[in-house]
Design a protein around this ligand. Structure first.
Ligand SMILES: Nc1ncnc2c1ncn2[C@@H]1O[C@H](COP(=O)(O)OP(=O)(O)OP(=O)(O)O)[C@@H](O)[C@H]1O
Ligand SMILES: [Mg+2]
Length: 578
């Protein structure tokens, strides 16, 4: 995993190196200072040599300043390295997510992706930052202080034989207990983010169903789950502190006891005893730091695994099989024995053995009950999903022959649950064609009947749409989405129930305009109303993942019972209404 993530320190390695050097130097200077101190006590004070004391005192202050500078340097460099590493990781993850197909994203859930891009990365960058400072400093301190302490007094150093193993045992117990809790912690964060995300994006639905209190409870439940897990995890970490302190002070008392006796007996100098105390503190504090690093690491290992999962996820749909130079020349569509299911391990096919030929320039209506596979069928054409067996061809070539960019430029889809983005209407329409001229924008607006309400918008094309296009009506949003799709000047235009919220008269107008403006374009129109597709060149009737019948309105009325039933039921509706 380290190998996997280390490339993301690119561009920041010099900061890492500098940070490590600084923190090692900082440690060394801090270790040398007690030696000067011991000199002052044992030589300066013992001989009442003021001159010596002043000289050594100045040296001590100087060393402390140098240590401070290195300490500062290590803090600055490690923050830079940590933040840079975090930024690199986020960027790589984000780029990966952008290459995901619909099915990849469904694998993770968006909420989990958000946590993996934010909280998980934060934890990683914290670990690198702290790790750089402590991971070097603590072992350097530990070993050097131990060596110096032994050098000062071998007999007194025996206290470490008791203290260090005691600490080690305690730290190991802690690690084993706390490690798994951190993994659970990140999962709980995922589940909390899921609720937050779902509720905030769907806040209007929540309000209209008066589900606020229920949703609040749901949030509280997850939030409490997160809290109690954090409490357990960090509680254990906090217990760490007092126990450590107990051992530290126990050791100090032991040293005072034995050291005091040695000073009385004249086998140890007072200054050396003072220095010895400083080293005890250093040694034990280093051990505590090491335990902290391990604790942090067990958390970031959990996070790193989750980040690697994102980085390792293989995009389900790639340009691997694309032939260079393949362009969509014509808008004909062919399905050759195509079968598809969303869940590869699922038993039921969502589409089964579909065979179709749609000549370029045709207008095709698709009708069928909910869940019959209409949206699924059309999503295979721009390769939003990939069929498990059979071939979908566009312009006479399998869709995989084209790069996704070329294919999707030629195939414009208005998805059933389409979204607009925050920004002006003009910006949103330009998604279809960034270089669209004013004239093209106007004509697309005319064709999609956007102009009808555009004149009533406060700033026309420059009206700002709220987040997700909140300040237009459902029917207006659908029309904007159609205009956006038309601007692409596609070879194939797919409208998935895109006029469901538009009144019948406007619906007819849009159809007429599409026929007139996009003459060469193959049009696939999924609709619930027979009237929306009755004049199509070809109508497909979908039923439970099969094309139950195909033909024109006239022929289907004669031959297809499902079609006749749908038609009659809708006619009755009209009669009752009229
Ligand atoms: N992303 C998905 N993951 C798993 N199953 C899905 C997914 N989308 C659709 N399905 C399933 O596939 C089947 C066909 O769905 P599809 O959306 O194609 O129906 P549809 O004919 O467009 O229906 P509607 O008229 O309601 O839009 C349904 O049973 C549905 O549950
Ligand atoms: Mg659908």
């Amino acid at each position: 995993m380290l190998k996997k993530l280390s490339p993301y320190t690119r561009g920041y390695r010099k900061w890492i190196a500098l940070g490590v050097v600084c923190s090692a130097m900082d440690a060394i200077f801090q270790l040398l200072i007690p030696l000067v101190m011991a000199d002052i006590v044992d030589v300066g004070i013992a001989n009442a040599d003021t001159n010596f004391i002043v000289r050594k005192g100045v040296l001590m202050v100087g060393m402390a300043l140098v240590a401070l500078a290195f300490g500062l340097g290590s803090a600055v460099f490690s923050s830079r390295a940590g933040m840079g590493f975090g930024a690199n990781l986020r960027e790589a993850e984000y780029a990966r997510v952008q290459s995901f197909s619909f099915s990849n994203i469904e694998n993770f859930s968006t909420a989990s992706l958000v946590t993996r891009l934010t909280s998980d990365v934060n934890s990683m960058q914290m670990t690198l930052m702290m790790g750089m400072r402590l991971l070097v400093r603590a072992p350097v301190m530990l070993i050097a202080a131990l060596a110096l302490a032994i050098g000062l007094s071998r007999p007194l150093s025996r206290v470490f034989l008791v203290a260090i193993p005691l600490l080690m045992v305690f730290i190991s117990i802690l690690m084993v207990k706390v490690g798994p809790l951190f993994r659970i912690l990140q999962e709980k964060t995922d589940s909390l983010n899921l609720v937050v995300q779902e509720n905030l994006t769907g806040i209007r639905v929540v309000k209209s169903f008066v589900r606020e209190s229920h949703e609040k409870d749901k949030f509280a439940e997850r939030n409490n789950g997160l809290r109690s897990t954090s409490e357990k995890a960090f509680g254990a970490v906090v217990v760490n502190m007092p126990v450590m302190m107990l051992i530290v002070y126990g050791t100090i008392i032991a040293v005072m006891w034995f050291g005091g006796k040695m000073v009385y007996a004249g086998t140890m100098a007072v200054g050396n005893l003072t220095a010895f105390f400083t080293y005890i503190m250093e040694i034990l504090i280093s051990l505590m730091m090491v335990s902290m690093i391990f604790m942090m690491m067990s958390r970031s290992i959990a996070c790193a695994k989750r980040i690697c999962e994102v980085l390792d996820e293989v995009p389900a749909i790639t340009d691997d099989r694309a032939q260079s130079g393949a362009r969509v020349e014509a808008g004909s569509i062919d399905f050759d024995h195509v079968s598809f299911k969303y869940n590869t391990n699922g038993a039921e096919w969502v589409l089964e053995n579909i065979n179709l030929h749609i000549p370029a320039g045709f207008t095709v209506g698709i009708l069928g009950g909910t869940g019959s596979g209409k949206s699924t069928l059309v999503s295979l054409i721009p390769r939003l999903y990939e069929a498990q067996s059979g071939t979908v061809s566009v312009g006479g070539r399998p869709v995989a022959d084209y790069t996704m960019e070329h294919l999707r430029d030629a195939v414009s889809v208005v998805l059933q649950n389409n979204t607009l983005f925050s920004g002006t209407i003009r910006e949103n329409l330009r998604w279809g064609n960034p270089k669209a001229t004013e004239e093209q924008l106007q004509s697309a607006c005319r064709a999609a009947c956007v102009d009808e309400f555009l004149s009533r918008m406060p700033d026309g094309l420059d009206t700002d749409l709220g987040q997700g296009g909140v300040n237009v009506s459902g029917g207006q949003k659908q029309r904007l989405c159609i205009a956006r799709a038309i601007l692409k000047q596609p070879k194939i235009l797919i409208l998935d129930d895109s006029t469901s919220a538009v009144d019948t008269a406007t619906d007819a107008k849009i159809r007429q305009a599409l026929r007139k403006d996009l003459t060469g374009t193959t049009k696939l129109v999924i609709a619930q109303r027979v009237s929306s597709i009755a004049d199509a060149d070809l109508i497909l009737v979908m039923d439970q993942g099969h094309v139950a019948a195909q033909g024109t309105h006239k022929s289907l009325m004669k031959t297809c019972e499902i079609y006749r039933d749908v038609y009659r039921s809708q006619q009755e509706g009209v009669n009752i209404g009229g």
